[in-house]
Design a binder for this molecule. Structure first.
Ligand SMILES: NC(=O)c1ccc[n+]([C@@H]2O[C@H](COP(=O)([O-])OP(=O)(O)OC[C@H]3O[C@@H](n4cnc5c(N)ncnc54)[C@H](OP(=O)(O)O)[C@@H]3O)[C@@H](O)[C@H]2O)c1
Length: 207
């Protein structure tokens, strides 16, 4: 059985935990708000704890804002070594909503990998509006989770967990592609904010 830890119990944490549990994974939810973490854990049949508690998952999904990544890297440190560490964040400049806060030749995921070199960092879920992950549909097209990373086995492990939960997933390249995934997700957000697409719509992959 796959073991997945989700840190964060907001929109994305809830959607990821639900998909993982549906696929039969054991899910651990770690949150700052004990009530929210416990409620989500009981909803998905998993276990709950506080941020800072020991991690039980082999796959760890950081379903938190970009600004929390450095803090978690600092507090968990070597506990992330060997883990498949999934970055879902979109480091959008909240002040201007006119670009990303990471340098043009980097990404939030690359920054995270530099902070925790012993972890197998993946970029995933950031191009999926949470509602489309929960519903499995982008408009009338099945949702696909795009997964970037440098470790092939890590990518496959996450793809397997997502597919087992009934959502399409594809390994799309090395961690360098996180930059494109973050830019692409930002573009998609601007379209939703302008109401060109709904939050249940957006870009989808058709084979
Ligand atoms: N919403 C989407 O459709 C979507 C889609 C793709 C990617 N994303 C990305 O996914 C991430 C989460 O988005 P969301 O919509 O799920 O946000 P959200 O609903 O606000 O949830 C964020 C979660 O992160 C926790 N958190 C915040 N700061 C933290 C810290 N310093 N340490 C530990 N936990 C912390 C929050 O805990 P509290 O409840 O205690 O505040 C909450 O559980 C963001 O990076 C966002 O860019 C979002």
């Amino acid at each position: 059985m796959s073991k997945v830890t989700v840190i964060g119990s907001g929109n994305v944490g809830t959607a990821v935990a639900t998909v993982a549990a549906k696929g039969g994974a054991h899910v651990q939810i770690l949150g700052r708000d004990h009530e929210k973490a416990s409620a989500l854990a009981s909803q998905v049949g998993g276990t709950a704890g506080a941020v800072g508690d020991p991690i039980t998952g082999d796959i760890v999904v950081l379903a938190v804002p970009y600004t929390a990544l450095a803090e978690l890297a600092e507090s968990y440190g070597a506990q992330f070594d060997g883990k498949v560490l999934v970055d879902v964040t979109n480091p959008v400049d909240g002040a201007t909503f006119d670009g990303l806060t990471v340098p043009a030749d980097s990404s939030a995921a690359a920054e995270l990998q530099a902070l925790v070199p012993g972890a197998k960092v993946l970029k995933a879920f950031n191009t999926n509006f949470a509602g489309t992950l929960a519903s499995g549909q982008v408009g009338d097209v099945p949702t696909t989770v795009l997964v970037a990373g440098d470790d092939a086995d890590a990518k496959q492990a996450l793809v397997d967990v997502v597919k087992a939960g009934g959502v399409e997933a594809a390994a799309i390249g090395s961690l360098k592609r996180a930059r494109e995934l973050e830019a692409f997700a930002f573009l998609q957000m601007t379209l939703a904010v302008q109401e060109v697409v709904g939050w249940g719509g957006g870009f989808a992959l058709r084979k």
